[in-house]
Ligand binder design. Sequence first.
Ligand code: ADP
Length: 331
Amino acid sequence: MDETTLRAQLPEKIAARVSSLKVTGERVTAVLGGTGLTGRERAELENAAKQALESVAGVSEANIAITAEKVMRRFIAVGSGKGGVGKSTLTANLAVALKRMGYAVGVVDADIYGPSQPTLLASEGAKPEAIDQTLQPVTGVMGIPMLSMGHLIAPGKALAWRGPMVAGALTQLVEADWGAADIILLDLPPGTGDVQLTMVQKHKPDGAVIVSTPQDLALIDAARAGQLFETAGIPVIGLVENMAGYQCPHCGEFSDPFGQGGVESIAARLELPFLGRIPLTMDIRTASDAGTPPAAEDGPSGAAFAAIAAKLADWLGAPTSKPSASQAAQN
Ligand code: ADP
């Protein structure tokens, strides 16, 4: 049996990954490319290839090796000066918008005080497994791989944890088996305390996005968050204004409960880019609670998130990796 005949008998999904096949009598040695696959996917590929080869008449034993290049991965922190300004909502929707643009994106929910990504990206109740002591992300909306403190502990429990325990758990989330995902959005806890400092110093995100509502008190804290990143040498990609302007669903009149334009002017004062604004709308709140991020749709709220994701994409450059086979299958 020669290599070409053997290759032709393999399922297409396996054949596409074969980089070499060597036949010695009834024995076959195959090398398959596993770049971008998670540990679990690599193991599945190995089993499937072995079974497929050994079921070919004339083959009694198949030895499989899977090779993999290291994925160059970038972490983008999403931070805010205070809680409740929409940092998690923005993170989830940016992930969805980037995914729609072709990025292989993942999400780490490091907000130990209010891990909301499992709700926002519809993966509540999922339990991440560990393989060889490395956490395997669970899958959220649109096949986005994600991990949250909310997947690991009961709500509210982490509040009682000591600093080193929190830092240890967050490291496991960051250093999980992210497979093909090469852009990871990090939803940080609000504020500029120890957890944020550890995340920033230990894991050195490649860039940071800061979210604020437009009122003065939030702006002061947002500026402080900007300083935290800059002091650690992390480039601030830009500032986002959330909850800017409200249209009354009954009379259609616009009002600005928190003022408007405050974030843009503070960005100018700090000489940081302004990435855009998201209006305060009922549909953002209800869609978020329902695990259906508005960025998955083309409506006005979706467009607001997409415009900010486009600026983030400019900063990131073109997508470099394709989603893995299993991620693509889930879309
Ligand atoms: P943070 O992560 O900063 O604590 P969240 O993203 O959890 O904030 O948002 C806090 C609350 O505000 C959530 O109930 C969310 O649905 C709501 N929210 C966030 N942004 C908007 C918006 N633009 N319009 C309406 N509700 C919003």
